[in-house]
Design a protein around this ligand. Structure first.
Ligand code: C5P
Length: 224
């Protein structure tokens, strides 16, 4: 199994001076928290960490607080998340049968979520996403803010990472040249069946300063 951790976002919504993945959470960069979980996964064969080009050298100072697992590769990402994932995939050991893609910004995702995703890929799924039921009613809108629809809430899931795929399926989806905010969307659009497994509230994405405060509070508590 191989894992691509994408950490090349600027984090402009967080308003920090460092790229988001290197912003400290309870004294350690968010990336360090995410890598600690990934490094503990049974069957991990290859790990690629995708970071902003300016930080692609792990001897640079922001890396000093991140323990990079032995054998992990660090590569530069792109302007869009899809480009960053593609850069990571290109550096992954081609012998990996299953590939997980994980957002470093979901730095507190419990290991059990990774295990559920891997198990579902190994059970034959073309794509697996962790998801949570949506508590708000969600509207679709047009460019003028006029509501165009109200999807039935019970059919909606808020999805997280890690997202898992057979390596060949994910490579083919990325070769299509499409861009999306998650990898499953590319796999869905190439005609594959993607399934949802239970996500976890701890798998939320740190995006705003309020999210970072919440993560700080939770990081002190027990982790699954
Ligand atoms: O921007 P967004 O919140 O969707 O980012 C989700 C994850 O993708 C983050 O971990 C971020 O570092 C990563 N990302 C990336 N390259 C980009 C944009 C986002 O690796 N160009």
């Amino acid at each position: 199994m191989g894992v691509v951790v994408v950490a090349a976002g600027s984090g402009s919504r967080l308003g920090a001076s460092l790229p988001k993945a290197f912003v400290p959470l309870a004294g350690r960069p968010m990336l360090a928290w995410a890598l600690e979980t990934v490094a503990a996964l049974p069957g991990l064969r290859s790990l690629v960490v995708v970071v902003p080009e300016a930080l692609a050298d792990p001897s640079l100072p922001p890396w000093s607080a991140v323990s990079l697992p032995v054998g992990a590769h660090v590569v530069a990402g792109g302007a869009e998340r899809t480009e960053s994932v593609a850069a990571g995939l290109a550096a992954l050991d081609p012998g990996c049968d299953v590939v997980l893609v994980h957002d470093a910004a979901r730095c507190l995702t419990p290991v059990a979520v990774f295990e559920r995703v891997v198990a579902a890929v190994r059970a034959g799924a073309d794509g697996v996403v962790p998801g949570l039921a949506v508590v708000d009613t969600v509207k679709t809108v047009d460019a003028d803010g006029v509501v165009t629809g109200t999807p039935e809430r019970t059919t909606l899931r808020a999805v997280q990472t890690p997202q898992g795929f057979p390596r060949e399926v994910l490579l083919a989806a990325h070769a299509s040249g499409m861009v999306a905010t998650d990898d499953a969307a590319l796999v869905e659009r190439t005609g594959h069946r993607v399934v949802v497994v239970d996500g976890d509230p701890m798998g939320f994405k740190v995006t705003t300063p309020e999210d970072l405060e919440r993560a700080e509070r939770l990081a002190g508590g027990p982790r699954a």
